[in-house]
Design a protein around this ligand. Structure first.
Ligand code: NAD
Ligand code: MG
Length: 298
């Protein structure tokens, strides 16, 4: 039985993409319906008590990187409020089961993060039901490829910014009002912030914005003893990519451009969120952990 501590060749740890990876679902998509099945650490993540007794809110917790992070947080000893869209209930219930199996509490709170009222209710749910909040992992995100700016609608531009940037603002604002010293916020950037793809105009812009927001907020709340950091993933095999994040035909070579030569899996992102959430990273704030398969970052 291998776990995240087992030494392996990272180039061979997970498969490369091929034609069988080409698939298209309607957004937001279900991880349950993806083949090959992504790895969110369901059978491999081993906790060692690094977040014992912590109270976390995780957005996008049903699938992909949020799912892997929720599983890891629970196995490290945290109770969790899970945010996701109502259409993702089936994926979310699998995560609930795994959290409860780890002996931790899972509170579900489906809703739309582009709604400020929902964002406030999400944080209030943690305060009421977990007795507080000391970790906020902002992982929900929207990515839709569009070839030509002429075809990029104002509605999409708006929705990408509302999901990726405005929600971050609303959730941080609501959470900070309740966070004790020692709390941590982890945002989700992307390699797209540094190497923006021409077909991801709106998305790449939001990820750059998230880096700036993270660095500014980290300085603002440092005196309160709250740290704010980001994780910037490279290409990771999640529902986001099969609902139009990438053109379907491109999925056959997804992740091939990375020096490690393969796509990442959500299970490989979760340890970065755990590290930034835990007091192990006590002197790190306003920074980013890049998990890009070796793609150069600034
Ligand atoms: P994913 O589809 O599994 O997760 C995205 C989640 O966002 C969804 O599960 C959904 O619950 C949530 N979401 C989207 N719109 C929402 C809304 N309006 N209200 C509430 N929730 C909403 O895909 P993922 O790849 O795990 O994405 C997680 C994060 O990682 C995103 O911020 C994404 O930008 C970032 N990221 C992903 C990759 C990648 O290659 N997969 C690379 C870099 C960054
Ligand atoms: Mg999902």
């Amino acid at each position: 039985m291998t776990d995240q501590y087992t030494m392996q060749d990272p180039t061979k740890q997970y498969p490369q993409a091929d034609k069988s990876w080409q698939q298209l679902q309607r957004g937001p998509g279900l991880e349950q319906q993806m083949g090959p099945k992504p790895d969110a650490g369901e059978t491999s993540y081993r906790g060692t008590g690094r977040l014992t007794g912590r109270k976390a809110v995780v957005t996008g917790a049903d699938s992909g990187i949020g799912r892997a992070t929720a599983i890891a947080f629970a196995r490290e000893g945290a109770d969790i409020v899970l945010s996701y869209l109502p259409a993702e209930e089936a994926d979310a219930q699998e995560v609930v089961e795994l959290i409860e199996k780890a002996g931790r509490r899972a509170i579900t709170m489906p809703g739309d993060v582009t709604d400020e009222t929902y964002c406030r209710q999400l944080i209030a749910t943690a305060v009421e039901q977990l007795g507080g909040i000391d970790i906020l992992a902002n992982i929900a995100g929207k990515q839709q490829n569009v070839e030509d700016i002429a075809e990029l609608s104002t509605a999409q531009f708006d929705e990408t910014f509302k999901t990726n940037v405005y929600a971050l603002f609303w959730l941080c604002k609501a959470a900070i009002a309740h966070m004790p010293a020692g709390s941590t916020i982890i945002n989700t950037s992307s390699v797209q912030a540094y190497q923006p793809a021409p077909i991801l105009l709106d998305y790449a812009a939001t990820k750059w914005a998230i880096n700036g927001f993270t660095k500014a907020l980290a300085q603002q709340v440092a005196a309160k003893g709250i740290r704010v950091n980001a994780v910037a993933p490279g290409p990771v095999w999640t529902p986001l990519q099969v609902v139009g994040g990438q053109p379907t035909e491109k999925l056959a070579e997804f992740g091939a451009q990375t020096p490690l030569g393969r796509p990442g899996q959500a299970a490989e992102m979760a340890p970065a969120y755990v590290f930034l959430a835990s007091p192990e990273s006590s002197y790190i704030s306003g920074d980013t952990i890049n998990a890009t398969g070796g793609m150069p970052t600034p």
